[in-house]
Design a protein around this ligand. Structure first.
Ligand code: AHR
Length: 761
């Protein structure tokens, strides 16, 4: 029978907020990224606490030319701001031909464009000093500059507007003293005058435009692990992300250690996040720390949680309260009387376990009582499955959380295996972080396939955002990311273009489809998990003993000699058995982590025992989690481990108790993946063919006649990517289409993505 797709006009789900973005300041997504500031370390607050390579003069360079004699000293007595106590004293003994200091910016330098304006501001203090500040090229030639007379011995703000006289992406900001003397300097800032939407303290336009073009319905911010990783004291430099530290005068926002290994100025703070959401038409979706740091297991005593809960209540007031409320007035005074219409709020990022749930309950009750209108989001942890994930769901259900936040970064074949993941289940889901691991066309293709499943289940998955969003290619912490940039260029990965296609063409109502035909499927992977068995000790050491491999079909056993491993691995044996069990004992004598077993060569399977911070027992396939439980290995205790493989079914035991299990189902490629929706009268069909052969279908639309556009991504090689040199190698093509008598015969090319949008006539 011919394949048939009949799009009915019956609404099966509401997808009005379905797709959004997730912004976290990792990969220098904020400072040196979306945040428009061009000066790196503008307040001399960089510290080895943020990154061992930092000093308070990181990104600053002394300039001594033609016999000049300069000394630079970072001080903290009578500072401009107690919250940011450091400032720079420039002392010039001999001005020579050039004396002072210059800032190197991010990447290759400060980018400027001909005829574009740049706003300089800085604070200075001196009894009497002449300062010239200018933008120069890397060799020191000045493009534009201004002279400042500093006097009076008190901190004062100075400003100027410069104009670029060339396109140059490697500029420096030079602060030069033409006479001997001394001056204190702080908060040296340079912004392009045309920030996104012309905002003061605003965003970089090219990156912001890429986000605007996605038309996201919401923006999750400010993290990620960034939110919960840190100390529990808001005044610590290493504290969790506390929103109250991020609003108001930028000189009073305390510089912070970003847990991704750099400094976070907080120039992009909560007020700017809310404004940016408004500017791109996205609903704000903040994530608050829950008084519990899962990285270190530190928790605020339950009786001291008021401060944290009040932070949540005050944030709601800051966003939504009238100017007659304390925090609503603070917002109004910042320049935004109109509320920000906060609707969603997440408590915690990836936290699970009793420490989190006890605290989540407190937030939940207090917020529900005072603000029943806020939709509350609970966490399902960092894994897509496993005991803690299930308990996270149970906790969300018990509390009546509006949504549960799931996160997973997995390989394309796992996404294919997960296609029907949301066909059943109870809790409403916020897929708050997800991606297939890679930045090729094939990754994007499989993501598009997965999103048709999300749309068909939009009654269950209410919000969904790819992650991470932004990456400055010089400062990469994570891979993959949706958008890469340097100091003047930006490009979207193929995943960006898939997200854009789906986000621009979501449709508020998902429509029921009646499909027939589509019988062909293709099963990936092998039936059994053959391959080498390797035993390893992960940053620890001890004795592996009583090692026995059993052929579970015949009962035959193979014994191995005991051996010691110290942060090493050893090939135990090659294994071509279909059903086997490996038993061994291990006693840790050194180190703090655990052990692992590698098996099933082709699938790169791994049982991590005491993985991550010695907190997990996890089975993964090439890094994609198949099952996870909490487990910590103790020293000087002998454990008995058993790994059982039956075909593709994997079960792991510790001390005879089952700890992990996975059916490791083979991914099934269906003939075509599709979904349909309606957007203010337009009918949208999305179809994704992930197989290497084409397929076709007779499509019936719920309109008689119409005209519209077909967007296709096809004809690419699986490994094709975009790059700075070829930023639009993998992008959709468009053509027109008209529909007569409700029908169209469509061919879906091999490995193609098709989005058809028809407007009835
Ligand atoms: O998106 C990168 C990181 O992945 C996030 O910070 C964290 O939530 C997740 O583990």
């Amino acid at each position: 029978m011919k394949n048939q797709i009949k799009i009915t006009d019956q609404k099966i789900a509401d997808a009005k907020d379905l797709y959004g973005i997730f912004f976290e300041d990792l990969n220098h997504a904020a400072d040196g990224g979306l945040y428009g500031e061009l000066i790196r370390n503008r307040a001399f607050e960089f510290s080895p606490v943020d990154n061992p390579s930092y000093t308070s003069l990181t990104a600053w360079e002394k300039v001594e030319e033609g016999g000049a004699k300069v000394s630079l000293c970072v001080k903290n007595n009578s500072p401009l701001s107690e919250k940011n106590p450091h400032y720079l004293t420039i002392s010039v003994e001999n001005p020579g031909s050039r004396a002072g200091v210059r800032n190197l910016g991010y990447n290759s330098g400060i980018p400027i464009y001909e005829k574009k304006a740049y706003r300089l501001s800085f604070y200075a203090r001196a009894d009497c000093a002449q300062l010239r500040v200018g933008i120069t090229d890397a060799a020191g030639k000045e493009y534009d500059g201004a002279d400042f007379h500093i006097e009076g011995g008190k901190w004062q703000k100075y400003t100027a507007v410069f104009e670029g006289s060339a396109d140059d992406f490697s500029c420096r900001l030079m602060l030069e003293m033409r006479k001997a003397g001394k001056v204190d300097i702080d908060f040296v800032s340079l912004f392009p005058a045309d920030t996104f939407m012309g905002r003061e303290n605003g965003m970089r336009t090219d990156i912001a435009d890429m986000l605007l073009q996605l038309k996201p319905k919401f923006m999750r911010f400010p993290g990620g692990c960034l939110v919960h990783d840190g100390s529990l004291c808001a005044d610590d430099r290493t504290s969790c992300y506390r929103w109250k530290n991020t609003v108001g005068d930028i000189t009073r926002r305390p510089s912070r250690r970003n847990n991704w290994g750099y400094n976070q100025s907080l120039g992009l703070g909560y007020y700017e996040y809310f404004l940016f959401c408004e500017d791109i038409g996205a609903k704000p979706l903040p994530v608050l720390p829950a008084g519990y740091n899962p990285h270190s297991d530190q928790a605020v005593p339950l009786e001291d949680m008021d401060e944290w809960i009040n932070d949540a209540l005050d944030l709601i007031e800051f966003a939504n309260g009238g100017s007659d409320t304390k925090w609503g007035k603070i917002r109004t005074d910042l320049g935004h009387e109109k509320p920000f219409a906060l609707e969603y709020l997440a408590i915690g990022n990836e936290e699970v376990g009793q420490g989190f749930w006890d605290r989540y309950d407190l937030f939940h009750k207090a917020i529900r009582k005072k603000h029943p209108e806020i939709k509350l989001i609970n966490s399902a942890g960092p894994f897509p499955c496993g005991a803690e994930f299930e308990r996270g769901h149970a906790n969300a259900k018990k509390n009546g959380s509006d949504l549960i936040d799931e996160h997973y970064y997995i390989n394309p074949d796992r996404l294919i295996a997960y296609y029907h993941r949301y066909d059943s289940g109870e809790n409403k889901v916020f897929l708050g972080e997800w991606a297939s691991r890679g930045d090729t066309y094939y990754n994007a293709l499989v993501e598009a396939m997965y999103m048709t499943g999300i749309e068909n289940n939009a009654e269950r998955v209410k919000l969904c955002c790819y992650a991470p969003l932004l990456c400055n290619s010089y400062y990469q912490n994570w891979f993959p990311n949706m958008i890469f940039f340097d100091n003047h260029r930006v490009y979207g990965t193929p995943s960006y273009y898939v997200q854009k296609l789906f986000m621009n063409n979501t449709g508020a109502d998902i429509l029921k489809i009646q499909a027939e035909g589509f019988a062909e499927t293709e099963i990936l992977g092998k039936e059994t998990l053959f391959g080498d068995i390797i035993i390893g000790a992960d940053r620890c050491g001890g004795t592996f003993g009583d090692i026995v491999l059993t052929n579970d079909e015949t009962g035959e056993t193979f014994c191995f000699e005991d051996f010691d491993l110290f942060s090493q691995e050893r090939l135990l044996t090659k294994c071509n058995l279909k059903c086997w069990s490996l038993e061994f004992t291990f006693c840790r004598k050194q180190g703090e982590k655990g052990v692992y077993i590698l098996f099933g060569n082709e699938d790169k399977l791994r049982w991590n025992i005491g993985g991550w911070q010695n907190r997990d027992s996890e089975i993964n396939a090439d890094g994609s989690c198949l099952d996870h439980s909490v487990f910590s290995l103790c020293s000087d205790i002998e454990y008995k481990f058993r790994l059982s493989v039956n075909g593709r079914e994997i079960t792991a035991f510790i001390n005879n108790e089952r700890i992990n299990h996975s059916d490791f189902l083979r991914p099934v490629m269906e003939e075509l993946y599709f979904t349909a929706s309606r957007d203010r009268g337009d009918i949208i069909l999305k179809a994704v063919n992930i197989r290497k052969k084409s397929t076709s279908a007779e499509v019936e639309f719920p309109i008689n006649e119409g005209e519209g556009t077909v967007y296709t991504m096809s004809g690419f090689r699986e490994a094709d990517k975009n790059s700075f040199d070829e930023p639009t190698k993998v992008v959709p093509k468009t053509r027109n289409i008209s529909i007569k008598n409700s029908r169209a015969s469509l061919v879906f090319a091999p490995q193609s993505i098709t989005v058809i949008r028809i407007c009835p006539i």
